[in-house]
Design a protein around this ligand. Structure first.
Ligand SMILES: CC(C)(COP(=O)(O)OP(=O)(O)OC[C@H]1O[C@@H](n2cnc3c(N)ncnc32)[C@H](O)[C@@H]1OP(=O)(O)O)[C@@H](O)C(=O)NCCC(=O)NCCS
Length: 133
C-alpha cells in the first residue's frame, strides 16, 4: 500500500535511491534531499520506508507556482502513483492563480487527465549545472 506525505521529517538521502532515470549527470541522493527541502511544496509516495515517487513545487505563495519535478520509480510506474502525486500537489496549490510546468508532448495527455491545459513556453538549460550543488 502506497502512503502519501507532505512532510520530510525523518526522510534520509538513502531513502531516495533510483531517481533521475536517464539523466546524464543526475543529482546525488543527498542533493535530491536538499532539493526537496528547498521546494516550497512536496508530496512523497512511500512504499514502506522507501520513497517511490515525488513531486515538488516552488511558489511565491500568492499568484504563481511552478512544478519542476515529478518522478515515479520505474518499478512503481503505471499504478496511478504519478496521477495521485499530481492531484495532491494541485490540491495544495488550489488557491494559486498560475500553476505551470513543462513537459514533452507525449506527457500532455497524462497532465490533461489531472486537469491541466496545454500551453507553450520558453526555457534555458545550463547543462553544466545538471547535478546541482
Ligand atoms: C510521468 C510519470 C511520473 C507517471 O507516473 P506513473 O505513476 O506511471 O503515472 P500513472 O500510473 O498515474 O499514469 C500512467 C499513465 O501516464 C501516461 N504516461 C506516463 N509516462 C508517459 C510517457 N513517457 N509518454 C506517454 N504517456 C505516458 C500513460 O498514459 C500512462 O498510462 P499507462 O499506465 O496505462 O501506461 C512517470 O512515468 C515518470 O516518473 N516518468 C519519468 C519522469 C518524467 O517524465 N516526469 C515528468 C516530467 S514532466
Amino acid at each position: 500500500v502506497i502512503q502519501y506525505q507532505t512532510s520530510l521529517e525523518g526522510i534520509r538521502a538513502d531513502q531516495l535511491e533510483g531517481f533521475f532515470v536517464g539523466w546524464p549527470n543526475p543529482p546525488t541522493a543527498a542533493t535530491h534531499l536538499e532539493i526537496l527541502k528547498r521546494a516550497t511544496h512536496v508530496v512523497l509516495a512511500m512504499d514502506g520506508s522507501s520513497v517511490v515517487g515525488f513531486v515538488t513545487a516552488i511558489s511565491d505563495g500568492i499568484l504563481c507556482a511552478y512544478i519542476p519535478l515529478l518522478e515515479v520509480l520505474p518499478t512503481h510506474q503505471h499504478q496511478g502513483i504519478g496521477s495521485e502525486l499530481m492531484r495532491r500537489m494541485l490540491e495544495m496549490l488550489h488557491e494559486i492563480y498560475m500553476i505551470d510546468l513543462l513537459c514533452d508532448p507525449d506527457l500532455q495527455a497524462f497532465y490533461s487527465k489531472v486537469g491541466m491545459e496545454e500551453s507553450t513556453g520558453m526555457l534555458v538549460r545550463n547543462f553544466t549545472r545538471q547535478a546541482g550543488i
